[in-house]
Design a protein around this ligand. Structure first.
Ligand code: 9MG
Length: 261
């Protein structure tokens, strides 16, 4: 999954694809590099990010979603707002990626009324405050229980199990230790029976491990993506699609022990 931020303030590429034409060109390049899905977002979720009005978010994402869907791309919309979910689905998005796991009023219904896929992510708190000393008694058990409960709520609302993915939400209200515990324990989340999506690309946990600023975390991001796939992730959400695809090809061939067909 390639990341397309149509925002002026995302942490890793803020402003570079802020207008729809630049975002469309970027998404097309990510597809050419091997992205199977493009995730289009119009509101930054980086720690401390201010909220964006629905009207502004719609103006950012809808032209991008529509153009990519017309290309035949699998388009995911990264949003917490039910109104944006509905409009993006009408414009051709076939997946909703919600960092609030459909907890906003009306979000469950917006997705249940459609046939699209859904990523439920765990976040402790809200983007503005989530990194203020997050605490857990058992981060792995708590994140897993939250996600499984949200998936059950979605299924009860009529969303078929096959449409649901789970994501532990690396960096969303978690310390470095929490993030590493979750990555190490990814197989236990995968054992819940839903495909797992992992987003580690360029995140501050990689800066903490390597000492590198955000613009120099590509190698660490590729290593993290490989680690996530090796531990059961079905989808990795990344900025550096070409490098990640290359690394995954090598890893998959070694894992299979034979040349690709
Ligand atoms: C929007 N967004 C930013 N980071 C993310 C992550 O790790 N997972 C998902 N699903 N979305 C994310």
């Amino acid at each position: 999954m390639g990341i397309v931020n149509v925002t002026p303030d995302s942490f890793a590429d803020g402003g570079r694809h802020a207008d729809p034409a630049a975002a469309i060109a970027h998404a097309r390049a990510l597809r050419a590099d091997g992205a199977d899905i493009v995730d289009v977002g119009g509101e930054s979720t980086r720690p401390g990010a201010p909220p964006v009005a629905e009207r502004d978010e719609l103006a950012r994402v809808l032209p991008v979603v529509a153009a990519l869907a017309a290309d035949g791309a699998i388009v995911s919309v990264d949003t917490m707002k039910p109104g944006v979910m509905r409009a993006a689905i009408a414009a051709g998005a076939t997946m909703v990626n919600d960092v609030r796991a459909l907890t906003a009023p009306g979000a469950l219904e917006a997705v249940a009324d459609s046939g699209v896929a859904l990523c439920l992510m765990h976040m402790r708190g809200a983007p503005r405050t989530m990194q203020d000393a997050p605490e857990y008694a058992d981060v792995v058990a708590e994140v897993r229980a939250f996600l499984v409960a949200r998936a059950a709520a979605c299924e009860a609302a009529g969303i078929a199990r096959e449409r649901i993915l789970l994501d532990p939400g690396f960096g969303f209200g978690k310390s470095l230790g929490h993030n590493l515990a979750l990555l190490h324990a990814l197989p236990s989340l995968a054992a819940a029976g839903y495909p797992v999506l992992a987003g580690l690309s360029r995140k501050s946990m990689l800066g903490a491990l390597t000492g590198r600023p955000v613009g120099e975390r590509m190698v660490a991001s590729v290593a993290a993506a490989l680690a996530a796939v090796a531990r059961g992730a079905a989808i990795v959400r990344v900025h550096d699609v070409r490098e990640t695809v290359d690394a995954l090809k090598v890893w998959a061939a070694v894992d299979a022990g034979r040349a690709p067909a």
